[in-house]
Design a protein around this ligand. Structure first.
Ligand code: NAD
Length: 362
């Protein structure tokens, strides 16, 4: 059956990195991948044309797709749009909400070839391979009531941190299943010593653990988890946590690997429909200069193939090709050391394609 992929390049470096990922997808098509690929507008580029960051046409295409590959959105050009519902980032939030993409998978994997690029000592991070499972459509970012209002003669800002048992259970299941495919160790991060909502979180995780007896469940308070991530990150296999804690911890974990330009991500709903994107933003400071690292986006294609299209062999070939290119010493500027010359976005794409093809000739 022909599956549908929607590509949304977005803003800034988005179109440049998506162009390289599209070449990799095309190569997969020549090796048997049966997909129909469409494109759409999102973010600032959609606002410029339609006055909306998520035009109805894009949403319709997104709903019909098996998977979405997104570049990045945002940039200074749109920072001053007064109506915040029209800002580029709202396009992303809208897609997550409309498609019910509650499960965010963010791997923090350090390619051994890049151990020197981390700000942490190589022996602390080399071999690092963590999967952070973050709840993406609930928690304090969406809880009601919220707002800023006048109380007793001064302004007060407030948000609501709320999770239902069913929301906790469905993200818990994603995490337990993920742990099963890896080292069967799951660390649930909460603040159960202070927040009732995370007391419930812990209780639900404990209950689920009875169903997944092969997975070793542990709990950690979020402040300790932040400390442990920089002290001894290799202790973790899979981490599961709520929206806000996951937002912060996954960025910290990303930096352990040296470059945000290397990290893919997936956001899935209950039907395995997913949106795949690099963890970084639209990097307006380097947009249009051929400097962007396309590897996070290319690795997002691998995740897309693995999690939404059930094509683990192609996914693995892409990941192997990226490893081969790093072995050859190719580096874009963000991961180059002072001694190595850096290559352009397109040259990196060329090298990944050549390495990918070489795997079929071996
Ligand atoms: P950013 O990730 O875009 O950039 C941070 C730094 O990392 C910059 O110096 C940039 O040049 C560099 N960088 C990022 N990706 C790179 C790549 N692939 N190759 C080489 N270098 C790379 O974060 P920011 O500067 O805080 O945000 C810029 C814009 O992106 C903002 O408008 C922000 O709202 C938006 N943003 C979008 C997303 C998204 O689309 N998912 C995520 C974060 C930020």
């Amino acid at each position: 059956m022909t599956r549908k992929i929607l590509m949304l390049p977005g803003d800034g470096i988005g179109p440049e990195i998506i162009a390289q990922a599209a070449r990799v997808l095309a190569a997969c098509q020549t090796h048997g991948l049966d997909v129909e690929i469409d494109e759409g507008l999102v973010g600032g580029s959609a606002y410029d044309v339609h006055g909306e960051p998520l035009p109805a046409e894009t949403l319709t295409k997104a709903k019909a797709a098996d998977a979405i590959l997104l570049g990045a959105v945002g940039g200074p050009k749109w920072d001053n749009i007064e109506d915040i519902s029209k800002r580029p980032e709202r396009g992303l939030l809208g897609l997550r909400k409309e498609l019910g993409l509650f499960g965010n998978l963010r791997p923090a994997l350090l390619y051994p070839q890049l151990a020197e690029a981390s700000t942490l000592k190589p022996d602390v991070v080399s071999g690092l391979d963590i999967m952070i499972v973050r709840e993406l459509t609930g928690g304090i970012y969406f809880g009601q009531p919220r707002g800023i209002e006048e109380r007793d003669g001064q302004r007060v800002g407030f948000n609501t941190y709320v999770y239902s048992e069913s929301e906790i259970e469905r993200i818990g299941r994603v995490a337990f299943e993920m742990a099963r495919k890896r080292e069967c160790r799951l660390c649930s991060v909460d603040k159960a010593n202070v927040l009732e909502v995370t007391m419930l979180w812990r209780e639900v995780m404990e209950r689920l653990a009875e169903e997944y007896q092969d997975v070793e469940l542990s709990h950690m308070y979020v402040d300790n988890a932040a400390m442990q991530l920089v002290r001894a990150p290799k202790q973790f296999d899979v981490i599961v946590t709520g929206n806000m804690f996951g937002d912060i911890l996954s960025d910290a974990a990303a930096m352990l690997t040296g470059s945000i330009g290397m990290l893919p991500s997936a956001s899935l709903n209950e039907n395995k429909q997913g949106m795949y994107e690099p963890c970084h933003g639209s990097a307006p400071d380097i947009a249009g200069q051929g400097l962007a690292n396309p590897l996070a986006t290319i690795l997002s294609v691998a995740m897309l193939l693995r999690y939404s299209l059930d094509e683990p062999v192609l996914a693995e070939k892409i990941e192997t090709a990226v490893g081969l290119v790093l072995d050859q010493g190719l580096r874009t500027a963000d991961i180059a050391s002072e001694e190595t010359d850096s290559v352009s976005t397109e040259a990196m794409g060329d090298a990944v394609l050549a390495a990918f093809e070489s795997l079929y000739q071996a």
